[in-house]
Design a protein around this ligand. Sequence first.
Ligand code: ZN
Ligand code: ZN
Length: 270
Amino acid sequence: MLICATCAVEYDEPTPDVCPICADERQWVPSDGQHWTTLDEMTAAGQQLTFTDNEPGLTGIATDPKVGIGQTAQLLSTPEGSLLWDPTGYVDDEAVRRVLDQGPVLAIAASHPHMFGVQVEWSHRLGDVPVLVAEADREWLGRNDSVVEFWSGSRQITEGVTVHQVGGHFVGSGVVHWTAGADGRGVLLTGDSVFPNPDHRSVGFLRSYPNKIPLSGAVVQRIADQLEPLAYDRIYGNFNNTIDTDAKAALRMSADRHAAWVRGDFDHLT
Ligand SMILES: [Zn+2]
Ligand SMILES: [Zn+2]
């Protein structure tokens, strides 16, 4: 197994010449070309993982220094077990111990292929727990393994924790709805399909963040409509970027604003 040094997604060997996820129009390959790395190489270089308590039942796990895209994984723990969401591109024995301290892991899932990280490696070290991959995005899976389970639509992980396919950024892009989060007001864990902005009051919806490729107004409204029936007040993005409260209203406002801009309502401001 080798890991793409740019996106930190794991691949079976022999690897492709260039990481397909990075070569896609949504990502980028470094100007000096493709680099591959290994967990041993990262460990030798002093790689660490940091753990941050976000709220009761939710722990952010991030790489220090940043590995690949540098997402913060979320460990969502319930009395029945945990979901590891958007797993990092690095794992070590200490991290496995700390994750299992919160109880058994029920599943690992990524919001979309940019966030696959070393998901199969995490699974093997956590006891071969299922790795959920959206059926619509299976072409992006670089490391195949018997722990991978394909899903589409909605998939309940345990009581009160459900992954919903919303599409947009990738066809299979998903979000997690956690009913007990935010003191029972509900939480969404999102990847790049719904991206909490630095103002903490709005979210973005893009096909590509690094290369700034938009989505249509219709797709953005479809995502907002799909999430409307869910009860939630807070959103955690994949970089621990958050909308702390009134997140549903923020998402609807952001979707309406996006649709208005791409429709040309604000062309007089340009
Ligand atoms: Zn890559
Ligand atoms: Zn992405």
